[in-house]
Design a protein around this ligand. Sequence first.
Ligand SMILES: [Zn+2]
Length: 87
Amino acid sequence: MELRTASSPKDEKYYDTKRLRDEFVVEKIFFEDEIKLVYSHIDRIIFGGAMPVSKTLRLEAGAELRAKYFCERIRCGHCAYESSCPF
Ligand SMILES: [Zn+2]
């Protein structure tokens, strides 16, 4: 999971294009047989993509969430609409 921390608006105005893109753009989220997640402290969201091609992928909390499973302390899109969550 990629972690993106918040930055100060006072600092951002001095960023060049590369730095702005590095901080705020995610160019690609789908990779074969991977789950790519970006945890942004700016909006306190985790977004990403999963592309299972030749194997089953498992969504895990990772060290960043400090949780036993992905949806222990957060709500995913599935949680928002269903009473139970597979994650
Ligand atoms: Zn969930």
